[in-house]
Write a new protein. Structure first.
Lengths: 265, 240
């Protein structure tokens, strides 16, 4: 109930300007239906990795935080309409979104990995350079238009790249043996491995992150309105400190059982 | 803009060759298959003509994209196909699968076009050939086929253009032809309008060349029947 009132207040306050952070309050837009990043219960309480990151950020900035739950595709329009100050909702920093809003530094990033048949030569590789070299002439599946596709075009130019409109189509071809390997983020590949079709496959033990190559994107960031450069500077600084002292990593361990925090440059 | 053209054109030209190859091989297979189906359709055996009729109904009555997906994703899941080395050789590769679908599809249309051409051959000419003692094969080669192809060529030219455009669907099964490369360039540059405009021009160029070739073949086949002014009925001639 209290949160609903706060949300209502935030809507009213939002129309008056977005300098809320300076006045001791930060309103955060989040999806609330994307476990384990952001979940909201019947009472409107938001939990998950993003809720923890938001709470850490508010403590650091010495402001009170409250969450506004909103469908994912409406988050950017709502931010532009100043219904909240920032978006923290597992949102990847992409060129398209950057045309609409600003992003903080990336605070998290899922590992990008290859998947290959159990017992194949590829599956045994443990370092990234050998892996990229051994892709020469191999049929490699990737989703069209993703950072993964751009990465392979640049770093594995001699691979026979097969691009798919959807991950489902890529999984069908992987299972039928038309492609030797596929490249995607770990959660997408895990989804395949958990299906019956994926029982003869395994992840190749090499995690490739965007620190290895910037074409892999800039990770997941906090969305901020484009005209709010003051807030962006504050959040960037706070996030870097939180990543450096391991607080974000600890929150990640709690929700993902692994550290997905992204080192801040 | 100049940078974009310099980036896109060489890549799309690579796709142009793939598009041309897909069209050429599909048409080569599809034409022969279609001619065979047309002869089956006109044969007196109800089994042969029935098969040809249902074949053309099925392949003309379903979208090419659905056929491509059925061959690529559908057949690729059957262990019967995967265990057979020859079948798997065809089905495992996107471009071979696209050729298969395009060839079988164009064969259905070709059979209908050729059937119309063969039916237009006057019965009197065939009877005359029979009376001269020509064998069936010789009669087909010298009388029926040349006359039928003259009738069928304008409609067949249309079908060839449809095959060229149909190859763009191969991009949905990972084949990198003009459309496949265009999609890839689109996600690299976000210059959707420019990239697809260039791709469209390339298709247009292929089809213009194709139309010119078909016109000249038409002119060659009609050389003894027409005036220098193409397309007009022959004028009555008077002896000097």
């Amino acid at each position: 109930m209290k949160l609903k009132v706060l949300t209502l207040l935030a809507c009213l306050a939002g129309s008056m300007g977005s300098a809320l952070a300076a006045e001791g309050e930060l309103s955060i837009g989040t999806e609330g239906a994307y476990p384990p990043w952001s979940m909201s219960d019947a009472n409107g309480n938001v939990t998950g990795f993003d809720a923890d990151v938001g709470a850490l950020l508010c403590t650091k900035l010495a402001v009170t935080c409250h969450f506004v739950v909103q469908a994912f595709d409406g988050l950017i329009p709502a931010l532009k309409a100043k219904r909240f100050d920032v978006i923290i909702s597992g949102m990847s920093i992409t060129a398209d979104r950057k045309k609409e809003i600003n992003f903080s530094v990336g605070y998290a990033e899922l590992a990008n990995m290859f998947v290959a048949a159990k017992g194949s030569d590829l599956a045994a590789i443990t370092d990234v350079d050998t892996l990229l070299k051994s892709l020469d002439g191999k049929k490699v599946g990737v989703q069209a238009g993703t950072t993964h596709a751009h990465f392979l075009e640049k770093r594995a130019p001699n691979a026979d790249l097969k691009t798919y409109d959807t991950l489902d189509q890529m999984q069908i071809d992987l299972a039928s043996g038309r492609i030797d390997t596929a490249f995607a983020d770990q959660s997408a590949l895990q989804d395949f491995l958990d299906k019956p079709d994926g029982k003869n496959f395994q992840l190749v033990g090499v995690e490739i992150k965007s620190t290895f190559d910037p074409t892999l994107g800039e990770g997941i960031g906090v969305g901020i309105a484009q005209d709010n450069t003051e807030l962006k500077a504050k959040i960037d600084k706070a996030l870097c400190e939180l990543i450096a002292d391991g607080s974000v990593g600890k929150a990640s361990q709690k929700w993902f059982k692994t550290d997905i925090s992204r080192p801040c440059k | 803009m100049i940078d974009l053209i310099q980036l896109a054109v060489p890549v799309l030209l690579k796709g142009l060759w793939v598009t041309a190859a897909l069209t050429f091989i599909s048409v080569l297979i599809g034409f022969n298959l279609g001619l065979g189906l047309a002869l089956m359709r006109l044969s007196s055996s109800w089994l042969l003509s029935g098969f040809a009729k249902y074949y053309s109904t099925v392949f003309r009555g379903t979208p090419l994209l659905v056929q491509i997906f059925l061959f690529y994703y559908g057949l690729g899941q059957l262990s019967l196909i995967k265990d057979n080395a020859a079948l798997w050789w065809v089905i495992s590769d996107g471009s071979r699968c696209a050729v298969l679908a395009l060839a079988l599809n164009t064969a259905a249309y070709t059979s209908e076009i050729m059937r119309g051409g063969l039916m237009s051959v006057p019965a009197g000419l065939i009877e005359a050939a029979q009376a001269c003692g020509m064998s069936r094969v010789l009669r087909f080669r010298r009388i029926e086929f040349p006359l039928a192809i003259r009738q069928a060529l304008p409609a067949y030219g249309n079908e060839l253009i449809l095959v060229v455009k149909g190859t763009s669907l191969a991009s949905t099964i990972t084949v990198l032809e003009i459309t496949g490369y265009a999609k890839r360039l689109m996600s690299q540059t976000f210059a959707i309008f420019e990239i697809f405009a260039i791709a469209g021009i390339l298709y247009l160029v292929i089809n213009l060349v194709l139309i010119a070739v078909i016109r000249s073949i038409e002119r060659f086949l009609m050389r003894m029947r027409r005036d220098p002014a193409m397309g007009r009925a022959p004028r009555a001639r008077t002896n000097p």
